[in-house]
Design a protein around this ligand. Structure first.
Ligand code: FE2
Length: 265
């Protein structure tokens, strides 16, 4: 199985970049599934349905999210409740009875891919349940099911938790990728029992910015502590793009990984 993974497709600039470049990348890599974490796909606040549908039309097969997804619950809940929703929210949230998708088996060409999405608590704003136990609980649900591959998006800030989680799940999942720190990490590795891992995939945004914010517009926040409401977007056209390409063989073992990070005008 071949996977193309993006995080973070940020705002209008990120969506436009993806729309322009994804057909070329699909031709180059011929992926079975395209995965994108869309936490900031509608800029800093939340993913709106219009933008989720826009990514659907671009052949993005699976979308993960957090930690902004609940900021816009009313506007996104109908889409999340759809049977064919391609959007997942984190599994370890307390309100488990809500009809939102939190892990799901995606099927293509007769092959089954289970995608799990979890969030860690350190330096995050939300209260969540233990991600280690939740991962085991979900895997237990599928233990008798004939799945071809299992992947996990761990939305986290602290790499130590990510390292521990992936070691805890080594050989039970095909690979785990991290999102949320916005920096592509140089720690991709294949663990002792063959699960593959990277603690952050990296993001797509204007390079000279603070998570897409113009430096001047966030100055008060850092120098005086005054939190200016209106953060302005950086208009710099130097752009950072990053993605990860993965090949996993039929025995669930990861065979090839490629991480790309390009800065261009
Ligand atoms: Fe996030």
């Amino acid at each position: 199985m071949k996977l193309l993974i993006f995080w973070d497709v940020f705002g209008r600039v990120g969506r436009e970049w993806l729309k322009r470049e994804l057909p070329k990348l699909i031709e180059k890599y011929n992926p079975d599934f395209v995965i994108a974490n869309v936490d900031n796909v509608s800029s800093w606040r939340w993913a709106i349905e219009k933008h989720i549908l826009e990514l659907e039309r671009m052949w993005v097969d699976i979308m993960t999210s957090w930690d902004h997804i609940f900021d816009n619950f009313e506007k996104i809940k109908d889409y999340l409740a759809r049977k064919d929703s391609r959007l997942l929210r984190c599994a370890n949230f307390y309100e488990e009875d809500l009809a939102w998708k939190w892990f799901k088996v995606f099927e293509k060409n007769g092959k089954k891919l289970l995608v799990i999405h979890l969030q860690w608590e350190v330096f995050m704003n939300h209260k969540v349940t233990n991600p280690f136990l939740k991962a085991k609980e979900i895997l237990e649900l599928y233990k008798d099911e004939n799945l071809d591959w299992i992947v996990l998006d761990f939305h986290n800030e602290a790499s130590a938790e990510a390292y521990w989680l992936v070691n805890y799940l080594d050989w039970e999942i095909s690979f785990m990728f991290g999102t949320h720190t916005h920096v592509q990490t140089n720690d991709d590795m294949i663990l002792k029992k063959w699960t593959w891992f990277i603690s952050d995939v990296g993001m797509n945004w204007p390079f000279y910015s603070v998570i897409w914010a113009d430096f001047e517009s966030v100055k008060p926040r850092f120098l005086s502590g005054i939190n200016k409401w209106k953060i302005e977007q950086s208009l710099d056209d130097t752009y950072l793009v990053s993605w990860v390409y993965v090949e996993i063989w039929n025995d669930r073992k990861c065979e090839k990984i490629e991480k790309i990070r390009i800065i261009k005008k």
